[in-house]
Design a protein around this ligand. Structure first.
Ligand SMILES: C[S@@+](CC[C@H](N)C(=O)[O-])C[C@H]1O[C@@H](n2cnc3c(N)ncnc32)[C@H](O)[C@@H]1O
Length: 476
């Protein structure tokens, strides 16, 4: 109740959009000790999501009920859920199918009794299938995917886990109500995509390149597979564990029952549903590219968004495909989607734009050290130029876009993402009255991979900061 009251707290900010924006950006933007797991915010893990207090601060401070709030790269839908809870008209786009599912489910109120009943039926149905038709399930596993996807599944999922996951996926697929089905699809995904790799054989999904377990044990501790003496790229990358037993422990994964994990997960998610009642505006969410939004000019009152890092520093699709293959997607189509991510690494078929001076110099500096990396960074700033142009186009005059970004390190050079995006924004027509800085909570936030291992280095310190850029579209 207290939380619900604080959501609707009135703001006491100066009048005049410039001063209001500056005041908001000067306040505490860290939110380290705040509770962020209320409502449906914790339905599913998602790398680099921002704390809900961040969009809430700007939605409360810069809009009123009924205003339109957009996130063109909505990710796990933090802005969308906050706008929804605060009775704003939320609009969200993303190119990632998991982001769309996740956000849809997070703002979809359900009848709690029907959800409980459906969860119970799914478990009963999956258990019955497992008890009565293992052969049928095994056969359907063989036929479910194309070769590439099957290879991926076989590498990352233990055979017994695959059978249970299939029984669950099929039982969920038989739920006829789309909204209930989506809710349970998301719970299934949530038991696979966790920081520690969930029920897959991945030891972590927080790394850009996940590591596969070498020793697999069941819940009683019995060894099911032991490849601990086989060297692989994943064993090489685990540096600190030098003696054999520590090394083996590092690489060991205890298999958990997907059915049990699923039961726990959906029961937990059902608790969050009670928060989702009595809102006036249902969000509009769709697949879409932030560089070409299906929205009218001057139709949005506030944007709060966080684009990907440059150079794919957090590789969303690498983690998301672990569950998306169970929801009907193939590895090759997911690979195609990955190519369209802002910040991707391919440098062919890219429309490079002429950058303003400071950003062009940073690109040049990185390019001097590594020509390909320079092109990757140029691609990122070109794509962000396209995205900022769209934000400018769809915002109403006198309104604000809040863009939250972290810097990346490329060949030891700080990409200065905050400064560069501010400069690019100005070149498009935005005013940038202030850039706020927030410190990331290292314990809570997944960080992008870095080649610099000295935590005291300036660049490492900067990697733990995020810039909150306030872009204002003037009235002329
Ligand atoms: C940092 S995440 C957003 C996290 C979000 N603020 C949250 O709290 O969950 C960036 C998102 O941008 C999306 N994205 C990348 N390229 C995109 C594009 N071209 N158009 C739309 N979304 C894109 C990614 O799929 C990812 O979900």
């Amino acid at each position: 109740m207290l939380l619900q009251q604080s959501l609707f707290k009135e703001s006491t900010l100066p009048t005049g959009i410039h001063r209001r924006l500056e005041a908001l950006l000067s306040q505490d933007l860290d939110f380290h000790n705040e509770q962020s797991r209320y409502a449906s915010h914790s339905f599913h893990a998602f790398p680099a999501k921002f704390p809900p207090q961040l969009p809430r601060k700007f939605i409360n401070g810069l809009t009123k009920e009924g205003d339109v709030v957009l996130d063109p790269m909505m990710g796990s839908g933090t802005t969308i859920l906050e706008a929804y809870l605060l009775n704003r008209k939320a609009i969200g786009f993303d190119i990632d199918p998991l982001a769309l599912l996740l956000t849809q489910v997070k703002v979809c109120p359900l009848d709690i009794t029907a959800a409980r009943r459906t969860g119970h039926c799914i478990i009963e149905s999956a258990e019955a299938e497992l008890a009565q038709d293992q052969a049928g399930l095994t056969q359907r596993l063989e036929q479910r995917w194309n070769r590439k996807t099957k290879e991926f599944v076989d590498y990352w999922f233990f055979p017994a886990t695959q059978i249970e996951l299939l029984a669950l996926a099929e039982a969920i697929g038989r739920v006829s109500d789309f909204r209930l089905r989506s809710f349970f699809e998301l719970a299934l995904s949530a038991i696979i995509i966790t920081k520690s790799g969930g029920v897959s054989l991945a030891l972590d999904l927080a790394h850009t390149r996940p590591h596969r377990a070498k020793v697999i044990i069941d819940e009683s501790g019995k060894i099911l597979e032991d490849d601990s003496d086989v060297e692989s790229p994943s064993t090489h990358s685990i540096q600190p564990a030098e003696n054999a037993s520590v090394r083996a422990a590092f690489l060991t994964k205890k298999l958990r029952s997907p059915i049990e994990e699923f039961r726990r997960r959906y029961v937990q998610n059902i608790d969050g549903l009670s928060f989702l009642r009595d809102v006036r505006f249902q969000p509009r969410l769709q697949f879409g590219n932030a560089r070409g939004l299906a929205l009218e000019d001057s139709s949005v009152d506030l944007i709060v968004t966080s684009p990907p890092y440059a150079s794919n520093a957090i590789d969303y699709m690498r983690a998301h495909k672990f569950s998306l293959v169970w929801l009907g997607h193939s590895i090759s189509t997911l690979g195609e989607t990955r190519k369209r991510y802002i910040g991707g690494e391919s440098t062919t078929d890219v429309e490079y734009v002429k950058l303003p001076e400071y950003s062009a110099n940073i690109v040049k500096e990185v390019g001097r050290l590594d020509a390909r990396k320079g092109r990757v960074l140029h691609r990122y700033y070109s794509e962000m130029t396209g995205s900022l142009r769209e934000m400018f186009r769809v915002l109403r005059p006198g309104r604000v876009a809040i863009v939250v970004v972290g810097s990346s390190e490329m060949r030891g050079t700080d990409t200065q993402t905050g400064k560069c995006l501010a400069e690019i924004g100005r070149s498009i027509g935005f005013e940038v009255p202030k850039i706020g800085v927030r410190q990331l909570d290292r314990n809570r936030r997944m960080m992008p991979a870095s080649t610099n291992r000295n935590p005291k280095s300036q660049i490492q310190k900067r990697m733990h900061e995020e810039f909150v850029i306030g872009f204002l579209k003037g009235n002329n």
